[in-house]
Design a protein around this ligand. Structure first.
Ligand SMILES: NC(=O)C1=CN([C@@H]2O[C@H](COP(=O)(O)OP(=O)(O)OC[C@H]3O[C@@H](n4cnc5c(N)ncnc54)[C@H](O)[C@@H]3O)[C@@H](O)[C@H]2O)C=CC1
Ligand SMILES: O=C(CO)COP(=O)(O)O
Length: 335
């Protein structure tokens, strides 16, 4: 049984997932970038900046020192934003205990390299991509931290490693399923953030359930097109890491991506929406660019993702891209 687990990153999901592990009976140490955050977790069992009002369990501690955090870890959970994972992990590489199971929480595709997170982790750590466990699914951090029931997916080509993390993380409110389709789970997790931006944008423009349901469904179609082209199992997109995560993120005001899109839809600028996010990451803002490039590279049509890139990075008006999406050539639903 994996007992001693380190979580690197003390943001919303890192902290909530650390609580999941601690509530499952594991001994958990978190690394926080800022000493005051580590101190608050250690001494007051709280992380008020990211999860206000949540009491953290006593078997969860924290440090600002990565060497101290990683000493003796049997599993290491990477919980920093996608675009910072390479730099952070490069700094930790020499400290990773030999044989520790590496677990990825990040949902994104790296700008420039167009790599999925498990590919970045394998490249930097030297651990085979087949041995890395990816966590995905409808897991809005605050709801999980409150102990509201949710399912999740633990994807790893090596089933035994996924089972080890499943055994280490299941508890009375968190039900993780194993899956061997890492590509599908990672594409689903990254792409749904972009679709959540579009749903938020529609809500910000005053549009209703028909529009958001259309974006969710057509978003699922474009995510599945890319995933299957990259070798994913189409069934994954009907599961928790596909439609499950997509529905949760696109529907909930707790989603940072949906909230970010809503601000853009109300007419705020990218800078205003970024300032309002208070330093918390809305991965879709960067991933719309990398996923769009990945799609172009593989000849896959992803019109909603394309539209989000144009709004976020080319100054396009949300209303204009909405009209353009509707005005594309008429086609069969599954062509
Ligand atoms: N918040 C949520 O509900 C969920 C988030 N995720 C994914 O988990 C990953 C981590 O997300 P959160 O913990 O929610 O993010 P967050 O923005 O709440 O926290 C990020 C953490 O990483 C640290 N960090 C280290 N280097 C950083 C850098 N260069 N730039 C920014 N932060 C840096 C921050 O100090 C902070 O502790 C993301 O890829 C996100 O998409 C996945 C499922 C749920
Ligand atoms: O990934 C998430 C839920 O599964 C969280 O989404 P946000 O980053 O948009 O809050």
């Amino acid at each position: 049984m994996v007992q001693r687990i380190t979580v690197l990153g003390a943001g919303s999901w890192g902290t909530a997932f650390a609580k999941v592990l601690a509530d499952a009976g594991r001994d958990v140490t978190m690394w926080a970038r800022r000493e005051e955050v580590a101190g608050e977790i250690r001494e007051r069992h709280a992380n008020s900046g990211y999860l206000p009002g949540i009491e953290l369990p006593a078997n969860l501690t924290a440090t600002h020192d990565p060497a101290e955090a990683l000493a003796g870890a049997e599993a290491v959970v990477l919980a920093v934003p996608s675009q910072s994972l390479r730099a952070n992990l490069s700094g930790w590489r020499e400290l990773l205990p030999r044989g520790a199971i590496l677990v990825s929480l990040a949902k994104g595709v790296e700008l420039g390299t167009l790599k999925r997170m498990s590919e970045v982790i394998a490249e930097i750590s030297g651990v085979s991509g087949d041995e890395i466990v990816v966590v995905s699914g409808p897991n809005l951090a605050r709801e999980i931290a409150q102990g509201q029931p949710a399912g999740a997916v633990l994807a790893c080509a090596d089933h035994d490693r996924a089972v080890a993390i499943q055994q280490a993380s299941f508890n009375s409110y968190f039900r993780p399923y194993t899956n061997t389709d890492v590509v599908g789970c990672e594409v689903g997790g990254a792409a749904k953030n972009v679709i959540a931006l579009s749903c938020g944008m529609a809500v910000g423009m005053g549009l209703g359930a028909n529009t958001t349901a259309t974006l969710i469904t057509r978003g699922l179609a474009e995510m599945a097109r890319l995933g299957t082209k990259l070798g994913a199992d189409p069934l994954t997109f009907a599961g928790l890491a596909g439609v499950g995560d997509l529905v949760a993120t696109c529907s909930s005001p707790l989603s940072r991506n949906r909230t970010f899109g809503e601000r853009l839809g109300r007419g705020e600028t990218l800078e205003q929406a970024q300032a309002a996010a208070g330093g918390q990451v809305a991965e879709g803002v960067m991933s719309c660019t990398s996923i769009r490039e990945l799609a172009h590279k593989h000849g896959v049509d992803m019109p909603i993702t394309d539209a989000m890139h144009r709004v976020c990075h080319e100054g396009a008006d949300p209303r204009q891209v909405g009209a353009e999406l509707l005005g594309r050539r008429q086609k069969h639903e599954w062509s």
